[in-house]
Write a protein that binds this ligand. Sequence first.
Ligand code: C5P
Length: 193
Amino acid sequence: MIFTVAIDGPAAAGKGTISRAVAAEFGFAHLDTGLLYRAVGAKGGDPIVAARTLSPADLARDDLRSMAAGQAASRVAVIAQVRAALVDFQRRFARADGGAVLDGRDIGTVICPEAEVKLYVTASAEVRAHRRWLEVGGDEAQVLAEVIERDARDMTRADAPLRPAADAKIIDTSTLSIADAIGQAIAIIRAAL
Ligand code: C5P
């Protein structure tokens, strides 16, 4: 069975948590596409070469989850040739037999516009920054500033800007519990299956 769940949205909105839960519920494969951009940013050197030569070892680095790696990812993610180098892998993953969940910024708009389910998971910048701050610590105002800066870069870039697909269902997690957000996503997918 070919069945793609595309989950897009801004940083720290809950995409990863929802994606993992949905993949486990339906037995689908899961790809965190942000990790690809984080690995390209962390590799250093020419980002286009890094994207074209990305290896499983690059994705296994243990420093890809930091705020700095997120910022580096969003800087290389504006480069059209970097994005182009990562398209085929993501498309093949999305349409492989057995069902797939991909989370990112452009899954429903660019990578898999034919996805059977498109979700746009969002929350206020303050709520997202607070969640991220609980994970990383430090100065909460600084975390908020970085979240806002990264969102702005992701939403205003020329190539594949972050925006909900016209047919995406919006899940705003600002005031939802994790269980309720996952429950909404599962109900939408079950109805489409
Ligand atoms: O989701 P995550 O925070 O890991 O993404 C890191 C960065 O990678 C994002 O801020 C965005 O610039 C970029 N990205 C992207 N397209 C995707 C996934 C991530 O441009 N599909």
